[in-house]
Structures are given as C-alpha cells and as structure tokens.
Design a protein around this ligand. Structure first.
Ligand code: ATP
Length: 455
C-alpha cells in the first residue's frame, strides 16, 4: 500500500486564508504577534459551523451528555490539585550562540536547528500563563489562564449531578479557549498559544471504562469522516506507556495527514479517577457518586475526547482544498461538507440592469433568514463562480433575463458544476434538500436539467 501524501502545501493554504478572509495574522498592522491568529469573516463562519456540528452531534446527539461553560480563570488550588503546577511542563533547551529556545523532546540531534550552536541542558518549563487577580501584583493574587477546559468540568461534577439528576454513565461537554505558553509554535494555526478546545468528560462506572474508551474513539473518528474528511487522511495512534500525560492511563490520538505530516488532531484519554480524586483531596469535598443500583459510593472513572477547534479548522481546510484543470487555468475549490461551508448559497444576477437587480435582491432577501448567503454582481459570471468555488460555497443561484419572464432561476453545484433550473417558488425547499445531501438532478416540481456540460 502506498502512503498517502498531504493534499495541499501550507503556503498555498495560508495565502488563500489571508486573501479570502479566513484567517489573518493577529495585530497585522503592528507587524503581527507571533503565533496569534484572527479569524476573518469567512473563518469565523467556518469555525462556528465546526463547533456547532460538534455540539449538535456530541451534546444534542447523545442524551447522556450535557453542556457547560466554565470560567477561564479558576481558583489557583485547581491547578495544584490537577497536577498542572508541578507537571504541566515541557523540557526546554536554549542555544548558547543564538539564544533561540527549543523543546528538547522535539529536536533531532543535540545542536541548535537554527545555527548548529551548542544547547544548554534541558530544564522543565511550565506552560501555564500567569496573571494577577485584582489591583495588586503579589504572589497571593496569582491566577492562571486555563491550559485546558477539563478542570471546569471536574470541579462542577457534583453541581451537574445534583441539578440534572444524571446517572452514570454521562458526560459533560464544553467548548472554550485555552492558553499554553508553548516553547515553540508554528505550522499556522496548528500550534499557537491561545486556542480553542472542544472536549467531553465522560463519567463511567469503574470497570466499564475500557468499553467506553473504545466507544468514544469510534464516535470521534467517525465525526471527522461524516463531515467529509477522507478516511485515508486519518489514523489512530495509541500512545506508548512513556508518553502518557500525568493524568492518563491510556490514550489514543486521532491524527490527520497535515501538510507537515501526520500530527495530532484530537486525543482520547482514559483519565480514570485521577482528577476527581485529586479535587476531592484538595478541596475536602466528597466527589463520590452514589450508585442507586448497587447502593455503593465510589469515584467514577473518566474517558475524555479532547479536540482542538483550530486544528479541526486546519484539517477541514486541508482536506477540502482541491485544484482541478480548468481549460488553460486551474480551478481552486474548497469541497467543504455543506454543514461546514461558511457561505451556503451565493445569489448572482447575470447583469446589473435594474429590473434584474430588483428580482435578484428579492431572492437574496428571501434566503438570508435561513442561511449565510452572499450576493455578488461584480465581474463576469465565470469569475464569480470561481470566487465562490475558492471559498467553498456549495450552491450558486443565478438570475438571468429569462428569470423575469419564467420566474425560474439556475442552481449551480460547486463540485460538479452541473446546473438545474427551478421555479423561484421551489428554490428554498430545493436548496434545503440539496444541502441535506440530495442529488442535484432530483428535480423539484416544474424544475428541469439546465446544463450538464462543463462551464
Ligand atoms: P500536543 O502533543 O500537540 O502538544 P497535547 O497532547 O498536549 O498536544 P491535549 O492536551 O490532548 O494536547 O489537548 C487537546 C487538543 O487541543 C489537542 O488534541 C489539540 O487538538 C489541541 N491543542 C493542544 N495544544 C494546542 C496548541 N498549542 N495550539 C492549538 N491546538 C492545541
């Protein structure tokens, strides 16, 4: 079997993201802030759609999972109990010549990758960002920006049990920002110091944790496939004993074939009762669960699927990126799953003549309450189709002079460039069924196949 190769190179993707308003360098006009990124008008829609698809399938789609939105700043004792103050560190080495800093465990060889200078001995560098609560900058006021969202769910475990009456097994899900003072960042949005996580802490009866671990590995892997990532660009990588995080007894990464090679997209970890036990000890509050069936008190075990939102954005962008020969040129398109596409439909009047504009604007106004729709009347229709292809819009609706007479418009599909013509009265329903996955050529009442030849 031949190894798959990455589908796009990073430079092309970064350039498209900047040019079309997906992702900008943070504080660009000041020269940028290293490894910080801003999501532009299209990027924010893509990111929102990814988070919504996660919430819909993981929270709404599982009647045993409930949501939470915990505060980023937490009591400093949380991080002592969780082990982050003592163990959330990476080995740092510094070049004695150029003073660049590197993560020792990511280096090949024992010299500086930048100038081949000699490196210092590794020392542990804690990755939590520190700040101060209140007006006085003193040790007693130190708080941390959370490096993961998980602890918010552990410390709320009893609150959720008491308020929802959920019985084991059940999960708490959360999407939110996390901050890590990474030693080295890079590969665009793959590794930054401020990022978002979508994660579930799934609490189970000890002894059933292995089955639940396998269940969540399957659920999470299939989520990416359902949303369009090609199976061959995903792989599971179980962790070796010596690379497990301090809280985990078992872990598998879902890796994606990013432009720089196979890298972690999501980790599914078996945390057992590590966190609840630690918080119980440090807070002095019982976090035990009372099992009505067995009449026992015990600390549940935990399975945690933790996915990076920004890494998911990058993976969906990479996997969607396609170049196709197009006469003498190249057609660039983003083959996003319709649920993820930032814009679902573009309305394109063939000309700017007033009567056509009025008609097209009515169509646009009618679609907007339902979807993210764009309106474009500049340049040739061919150029406009290409612009929509490049940002992944699944359907264009073209309004032409015949539309004024026959009250029909043309729907053009991004991936095949096929077209059908449908009555305006059927447009919304037709788009809805196509966006839900129906074949373009299943025609609505009064519709017809308009063109099948390539543009
Ligand atoms: P890595 O080994 O790449 O540093 P990790 O194993 O420390 O990641 P986790 O603690 O499991 O990561 O965090 C859960 C998820 O959060 C990761 O699978 C990844 O998608 C995302 N993530 C972690 N660190 C970063 C970062 N610096 N920038 C962007 N996303 C991140």
């Amino acid at each position: 079997m031949t190894e798959p190769t990455p589908t796009v190179d990073m430079e092309k993707l970064v350039s498209l993201c900047q040019r079309r308003g997906f992702i900008f360098q943070s504080s660009d006009i000041y020269g940028g802030l290293n490894s910080c990124w801003d999501y532009g008008p299209l990027g924010v829609e893509l990111k929102r759609n990814i988070k919504e698809a996660w919430w819909r399938m993981m929270v709404q789609g599982h009647d045993d999972v409930v949501g939470l939105d915990a505060s980023i700043l937490m009591h400093p004792h949380v991080w002592e109990a969780s082990g982050h103050i003592s163990s959330f560190s990476d080995p740092l080495v510094e070049c004695k010549e150029c003073h660049q800093r590197w993560r020792a465990d990511q280096l090949e060889g024992d010299r500086c990758p930048s100038c081949s200078g000699e490196l210092t001995e590794p020392r542990q560098f804690n990755m939590m960002f520190k700040t101060f609560m209140g007006p006085v900058e003193e040790d007693a006021a130190v708080v941390y920006l959370r490096p993961e969202t998980a602890q918010g769910m552990f410390v709320n475990f009893q609150n959720v049990v008491n308020t929802t009456r959920k019985r084991l097994p059940f999960g708490i899900a959360q999407i939110g920002k996390a901050f890590r003072n990474e030693i080295t960042t890079g590969n665009f949005i793959f590794r930054s110091r401020e990022f978002e996580i979508m994660e579930i802490e799934f609490f189970v009866k000890p002894g059933t944790d292995k089955e639940w671990f396998d269940y969540w590995v399957g659920e999470r892997f299939n989520w990416y496939v359902k949303l369009g990532i090609r199976r061959e660009n995903l792989q599971l990588r179980p962790h070796e004993e010596d690379e497990l995080a301090h809280y985990a007894s078992k872990c598998s990464d879902i890796e994606y074939l990013f432009p720089m090679g196979w890298s972690e997209l999501e980790g599914i970890a078996k945390r057992d009762d590590f966190d609840l036990r630690q918080h119980q000890e440090h807070s002095g509050k019982s976090l035990e669960y009372y099992d009505d069936d067995t009449k026992e008190h015990y600390l549940p075990y935990v399975v945690e699927p933790a996915a990076g939102v920004d890494r998911a954005v990058l993976a969906f962008l990479c996997d969607a990126y396609t170049e196709e020969p197009d006469k003498d040129e190249v057609r660039v398109l983003l083959r996003f799953h319709p649920d993820l596409a930032p814009i679902k439909v573009a309305v394109l009047p063939l000309s700017r003549k007033e009567n056509l504009t009025v008609f097209a604007k009515d169509v646009y106004a009618d679609l907007r309450p339902q979807w993210a729709v764009s309106y474009d009347d500049t340049q040739s229709i061919g150029r406009r189709y290409r612009r929509q292809d490049e940002v992944g819009t699944p359907y264009c609706v073209t309004v032409d002079f015949d539309s004024l007479e026959d009250k029909r418009v043309t729907i053009r599909e991004r991936d095949t460039m096929n077209q059908i013509r449908v009555p305006v009265a059927e447009l919304k329903n037709t788009l809805q069924t196509k966006l839900n996955g129906e074949d373009l050529f299943v025609l609505p009442p009064g519709g017809e196949v308009w063109k099948v030849e390539r543009e």
